[in-house]
Design a protein around this ligand. Structure first.
Ligand SMILES: [Fe+2]
Length: 230
């Protein structure tokens, strides 16, 4: 069976929380150009999945998968194919128990990254509700904060998925997942849960990593400043 090239964690300009230059359509264009079979757009606390976008992606050979990155107790959690409408009041980590179901995939993104809203030690008591652990694109031979996530996934028998958490197109394509599955959403989710997936990644240069993180922190603060004054 063909292995599908997939990114389960990306952001686009429609995201209300982060400052991103490219739109969902532009990300889909990039996915098609870089040979992706499927893509989830997981903007913060909002679901960006419309029949129009789904058709646009399908026209380019990309299966668009619904996704969201929720904020729960100030931690980020990625939920693929969610079966709920986003709650404007936000979530608690204990809500994962009711949000979990067999149609969805719950991913712990960048679980031990200190600059991001990561679960860190809170991952462990939640592992019963987590379907997969993320290996994210920010790493090189000198700095790899994915290591603890890899160890946790191994120790507790959780699949690892490679994602870009893209905020810049420069990072999209550096890390992704190959999933042995038919090209349908239910089949892909079943395949990941069964562990039929592997991380593909290449290291990010220190300069690129620094530039992405500084950009992220600078624009994020600027955006919050502008929002407060609006
Ligand atoms: Fe994210």
């Amino acid at each position: 069976m063909k292995k599908l090239k997939i990114d389960f964690h990306t952001h686009t300009r429609e995201d209300r929380k982060d400052f991103i230059h490219y739109t969902a359509r532009e990300l889909i264009d990039a996915a098609a150009a870089r040979g992706y079979d499927a893509l989830a757009i997981t903007n913060h606390d909002m679901l960006l999945f419309t029949p129009e976008l789904e058709r646009y992606a399908a026209g380019k050979g990309v299966l668009l998968i619904p996704g969201i990155e929720i904020t729960a107790d100030d931690c980020h959690v990625v939920i693929i194919n969610p079966r709920f409408s986003p709650d404007p009041k936000g979530y608690a980590l204990t809500d994962l128990q009711r949000l979990k179901n067999e149609d969805s995939l719950i991913i712990a993104p960048h679980p031990f990254f200190h600059l991001f809203k990561s679960l860190k030690a809170r991952l462990f008591p939640l592992l019963g509700h987590i379907d997969a652990v993320e290996f994210t694109c920010y790493h090189n031979s000198l700095l790899n904060l994915n290591k603890k996530g890899v160890l946790a996934a191994r120790e507790y028998g959780k699949p690892l998925v490679g994602n870009s958490d893209s905020h810049k197109l420069a990072q999209f394509g550096m890390t992704y997942t190959l999933v042995e599955s038919e090209k349908t959403i239910p089949a892909i989710i079943r395949a990941v849960k069964a562990g039929r997936c592997e991380v593909k990644t290449r290291p990010m240069s220190g300069w690129t990593m620094l530039r992405l993180i500084v950009d992220y922190l600078t624009f994020e603060r600027l955006r919050r400043f502008i929002d407060r004054r609006a």
